[in-house]
Design a protein around this ligand. Structure first.
Ligand SMILES: [Zn+2]
Length: 106
């Protein structure tokens, strides 16, 4: 018989696109529409890290624009208006997963 997984709130051994939502403070701070788009970018592997910048490629069928996220934020309209957006959230979660898993390996 398998042991049921009761310790759902203990620290995960690895973060990934599925469980990051339970651990990322940035995700918890965002509203629903920003969250769901950010998760599409993350899960569809649309984030490309180039140096210390990130290209967020478009969701198929949504639009055709690739956005650039760096230390100053994102070049989309939403970021200009609100100071955050689905692209910066997606990149924050991408970095969160990467750093978390890197620290666990050390
Ligand atoms: Zn943006």
């Amino acid at each position: 018989m398998n042991t049921p997984e009761l310790e759902t709130y203990s620290q995960p051994r690895e973060l990934n696109e599925k469980n990051v939502i339970y651990w990322s403070p940035e995700y918890k701070a965002c509203i629903g529409s920003v969250r769901s788009k950010a998760l599409r970018f993350l899960r569809d592997k649309l984030i490309e890290e180039v140096g210390n910048q990130f290209y967020v490629r478009p969701i198929a069928g949504y639009n055709n624009t690739t956005y650039l996220v760096n230390e100053f934020g994102c070049n989309c309209q939403g970021f200009k208006k609100n100071g955050n957006c689905s692209h910066t959230l997606a990149v924050e979660m991408y970095k969160f997963i990467k750093n978390y898993n890197r620290e666990l390996q050390q």
